[in-house]
Design a protein around this ligand. Structure first.
Ligand code: SAH
Ligand code: DHB
Ligand code: MG
Length: 222
């Protein structure tokens, strides 16, 4: 569900503050041409991820849910030359599109797209000692959000920022007994974060080209 005024405001902000960019628009075009669902973050949200990563001074970023690599490119562009981003994607066809988009953006030296179920990859990443990550972006299957936040915390350090996309879902997050496992997963994640003394968090609603949804930000306490 979207609304012409929300879309007009996204257009206004994006025209002024999020300039057109060949690698990003080609990433979206090739994702659509390959039949991927058109659910990447909006340009102004991608820019938010980029600014958050910059503000964090992030050198290591973990992303759960790659799709065609659009949010990956925004995040990876915040990294220094010796930085690293690992992004986890279940669907090999999505991962293939993402790898090509990331290479065209000139970021293949910094980014690893790891194919497989994130809950299988996360323990491997832990065992490899690839962390701690400075920023974790959670944007995959929403039913597993509680597990993803637990893993994000395991792979974190004090000061790590955890960002979770799609935590409002047209307001359905406020339904006490949702019938949708995605919404149940989001609510379990909220309960877990509320009980977790190592996380200091907020969430806010967003409207725009992606409808009515929201983002959660959680900082690992010092
Ligand atoms: N972050 C992307 C959008 C991700 S869409 C962007 O904003 O540009 C969610 C992605 O998560 C999809 O590509 C989907 O295939 C992937 N996904 C779903 N279940 C998954 C799982 N169990 N492990 C890893 N990725 C998963
Ligand atoms: C969906 C997933 C997303 O990550 C998103 O940003 C929007 C929609 C979905 O699965 O419908
Ligand atoms: Mg999303």
């Amino acid at each position: 569900m979207t609304n012409p005024r929300w879309t007009a405001v996204d257009q206004y902000v994006t025209d002024l503050l999020v300039p057109d960019d060949e690698a990003l628009s080609a990433a979206l075009a090739d994702s659509a041409a390959a039949g991927l669902p058109e659910i990447a973050v909006a340009p102004n949200q991608g820019k938010l991820l980029h600014l958050l990563a910059r503000t964090q001074g992030a050198r290591k970023i973990l992303e759960i849910g790659t799709l065609g690599g659009y949010s990956t490119i925004w995040l990876a562009r915040a990294l220094p030359a010796d930085g690293r981003l690992i992004t986890l994607e279940y669907d090999p066809a999505h991962a293939e599109v993402a790898r090509a988009n990331i290479a065209r953006a000139g970021l293949d030296g910094l980014v690893e797209v790891r194919t497989g179920a994130a809950l299988d990859s996360l323990p491997e990443i832990g065992a490899e000692g690839a962390g701690p990550f400075d920023l974790v972006f959670v944007d995959a299957d929403k039913a597993n959000n509680p597990r993803y936040v637990e893993w994000a915390l395991k792979l974190s350090r004090p000061g790590t920022l955890i960002v979770v996309d799609n935590v409002v879902r047209d307001g359905r997050v406020a339904t006490e007994h949702p019938d949708d496992p995605a919404v149940t997963g989001i609510r379990e994640m909220f309960d877990l974060i509320a009980r977790e003394p190592r996380l200091d968090a907020t969430a806010f609603q967003t409207v725009g080209t992606k409808g009515h949804d929201g983002l959660l930000l959680a900082r690992v306490v010092e």
